[in-house]
Design a protein around this ligand. Structure first.
Ligand code: GDP
Length: 713
């Protein structure tokens, strides 16, 4: 039986740039929700003690890809006449909150995008001293791209130099003018004691060793005026976005606390308003109100459907299918992370979008077409792991020991197949040589790289047989930088890195044909293979096709696969500069054979020879990866940024306004984009941000092709 109705489920992420306090905030969230869940079961004081002991012993699991916790808004905990009633009110209002771990490095990698897809809302954490930093802008724009409703938390108000007002203004000016102050801090820096809540117009102080005792008082005299002023703005802003309330407001009627809360919820979910809260995670102040806000303002899986329906396609017919987040719909779940757990082995984290995922059932992995049996399902809590029988729509869990399901795959009802996300992982477009510094690093390096490759499907490792080096390939310079950085920090490996290399390809531009003859008839066993091949360019990204048009046994059937094999081998080494050939159709249409001397090897060689000759005649060209860029910059640097793009063979597709910044969509060759992060930073005084992903391959201009062929590029 479902324990929590869908309206009482939240799937959220806590996002921040490094050092803003994401880890500390998450820890505190798990700490307080741990207490909350136990209140009523044991005496409160005892529960905290238990919790603290456990926390010290095992450390809180905050590294789990999805952690489940429970929370009831603090305002409900004050209600009720007696214990019995209190317990009931608390239970009736309890929510399940699933916290999805978002990677610390927010960049353009697939993993970040997938996390943002799986969560319904986010808490963005800022440092109370620094306010909005260039990196927070990157985080913010990623969330914009995926339409993620969010609330803000200005952390570290206890620090010297922390200032909520300044941090709030930086959010309003640099990220979104619809940011809305929800609280006024009481005291500052070391004297920061609590907050005035602008909805209820009450002052709250956080006492006790872990700030777990919330004391409600009247607003201190010296803050009254400021609080009144800010509440007026708050009410005005909420009413502005709500027709019904606008009317009431204009008529001078009182708008109730609940009406304000309800209306702000709708506006937050529609990303029209962004509530901003404050506190300090380290000093245990006001985290409980942040949790209240997660329940009050961030969407449930039902709210999200009104923003973005659950869409998928039929794996065979490619017809679009829409699903509802209901437990009795057919199952559709998305695997969003595969992790290795020291206790149980492989854990496949998933979110159920529709239907119910049951232990012991058979499901279809519609991405691969394989059937999978669901052995055990677990849910991760802060301090324990719960074995569950089933997971309902809108909820998250992890399957133990799935072998053939990877990140991004859809698991569904075999009778009602659906693919939730059509993902084709882009081919890596950039490579660097990586060489361990010492013998001892060698083994560690290999282990580290393989671990990282398991997590990230866009990262590849290959050996370079010519030199014995390891070559790693990925989606961009930053992607590889992060991987190299992680091998250092997480695996302690020292390595030397080569110069980044672009993964060029070659293709042909016209049709042509050629003969391949491999005949040896002197001494020993003779050889005889003879073919005629036609080559023809294919559409972009079609790869390779082989057509056999041999009739009447001119070449015996048994030798045909050998011809194809020869052609395939020849494809790996292009005819201009040795890069792999792609997007070519090859037709075998004529040839001859010899009763005694013909062999597979002879036909393979003949196939390769004919193909190479035909490719040379078919006006071959070199292809280079072209990247899709989105650059954001304040207006004053727009000219420099676009001028620089033009000099890099870039093409600007559009320039738009996003609030007070300019957003440039452009495409540019990867070869010109090395070091762009540094370049952009210096051009924009650190305020420009960009994302870059592979878009397509395109032929390089003649002068550059020549330089590449001569090995000068
Ligand atoms: P993350 O990199 O975003 O996960 O940030 P962490 O949670 O690891 O915090 C970075 C640093 O800031 C650590 O040294 C924390 O102890 C510190 N920190 C986190 N929250 C607060 C806070 O509220 N006040 C103060 N003074 N320091 C904090």
């Amino acid at each position: 039986m479902r324990q929590y109705p869908l309206e009482k489920v939240r799937d959220i992420g806590i996002i921040a740039h490094i050092d803003a306090g994401k880890t500390t905030v998450s820890e505190r969230v798990l700490f307080y929700t741990g207490i909350s869940h136990r209140i009523g079961e044991v005496h409160e004081g005892q529960a905290i003690m238990d919790w603290m002991k456990q926390e010290q012993e095992r450390g809180i699991t905050i590294t789990s890809a999805a952690t489940t916790c429970f929370w009831t808004q603090t305002r409900f905990l004050k209600q009720g006449e007696n214990e019995e009633e209190k317990k009931k009110i608390k239970k009736d209002n309890e929510h399940r909150v699933n916290i999805i771990d978002t990677p610390g490095h927010i960049d353009f990698t697939v993993e970040v995008q997938r996390c943002l897809r799986v969560l319904d809302g986010a808490v963005v954490v800022f440092d109370g001293v620094a306010g909005v930093e260039p990196q927070s802008e990157t985080v913010w724009h990623q969330a914009d791209k995926f339409n993620v409703p969010r609330i803000c938390f200005v952390n570290k108000l206890d620090r010297v130099g922390a200032n909520f007002e300044n941090a709030f203004l930086s959010i309003k000016e640099r990220l979104n003018p619809n940011a809305l102050e929800m609280q006024v801090p009481i005291g500052s820096e070391a004297n920061f004691k609590g907050v005035v809540d602008l909805l209820t117009m009450k002052a709250f102080y956080f006492e006790g060793e872990h700030g777990e005792k919330i004391e409600e008082k009247d607003i201190p005299q010296e803050l009254k005026e400021e609080a009144e002023k800010k509440r007026t703005i708050l009410v005005e802003k909420i009413a502005e976005n709500d027709e019904k309330l606008t009317e009431k407001y204009l008529e001078g009627k009182e708008i109730s606390e609940d009406e304000l809360r309800q209306s702000l919820r709708t506006s937050t979910i529609n990303s029209k308003l962004i509530p901003v809260f404050c506190g300090t995670a380290l000093k245990n102040k006001a985290i409980q109100f942040l949790l209240d806000a997660v329940l009050d303002y961030l969407p449930s899986p039902i709210d999200v459907v009104s923003l973005q329906p659950i869409k998928g396609i039929h794996p065979k017919t490619e017809e679009e299918i829409i699903r509802q987040p209901k437990d009795d719909e057919p199952l559709a779940a998305l695997a969003f992370k595969v992790a290795t757990d020291p206790y149980v082995g492989s854990l496949t984290y998933f979110r159920v979008y529709s239907g119910t995922l049951k232990k012991g059932s058979y499901v279809l992995n519609s991405t691969t077409g394989n059937q999978e049996r669901i052995g055990r399902i677990v849910r991760m809590h802060a301090n324990h792991r719960e074995e569950v029988e089933e997971v309902y729509s809108g909820d998250l869990g992890a399957i133990v020991g799935l072998k053939n399901t990877s990140t991004g795959d859809t698991l569904c009802d075999p009778e009602h197949p659906i693919v939730l996300e059509k993902i084709t992982f882009p081919e890596p477009v950039i490579s660097v040589r990586i060489e361990p510094k010492t013998k001892a690093d060698q083994e560690k390096l290999s282990l580290a790289l393989h671990r990282l490759a398991e997590e990230d499907p866009t990262f590849r490792i290959s050996g370079n047989p010519d030199t014995g080096d390891t070559v790693i390939s990925g989606m961009g310079e930053l992607h590889l930088d992060i991987i190299i950085d992680r091998t250092k920090r997480e695996f302690n490996v020292e390595a030397d890195i080569g110069r980044p290399q672009v993964a060029y390809k070659e293709t042909i531009t016209t049709e042509s044909e050629a003969e391949g003859k491999y005949i040896k008839q002197s001494g020993g066993r003779g050889q005889y293979g003879h073919v005629w091949l036609k080559v023809k360019p294919l559409e972009k990204a079609q790869g390779f096709a082989f057509i056999n048009k041999i009739k009447g046994g001119i070449i015996p059937q048994e030798f045909i696969p050998a011809v194809e094999k020869g052609v395939k081998e020849a494809l790996t080494k292009g005819v201009i500069a040795g890069y792999p050939l792609t997007d070519i159709e090859v037709t075998l249409y004529d040839g001859s054979f010899h009763d005694v001397d013909s062999s597979e090897i002879a036909f393979k060689i003949a196939g390769a020879m004919a193909f190479q000759e035909a490719a040379k005649r078919a006006k071959p060209v070199i292809l280079e990866p072209i990247m899709k860029l989105q650059i954001t910059t304040p207006l004053e640097f727009l000219g420099d940024v676009t001028g620089d793009l033009n000099s890099k063979r870039g093409r600007i597709e559009s320039i738009n306004d996003r609030l007070n910044i300019k957003v440039i969509d452009a495409i540019a060759p990867l070869a010109e984009m090395f070091g762009y992060a540094t370049k952009l930073r210096s051009m924009t005084q650190g305020r420009g941000t960009f994302t870059m992903e592979f878009n397509h391959y395109e032929s390089v201009p003649n002068n550059i092709a020549q330089a590449i062929a001569e090995g000068k590029k």
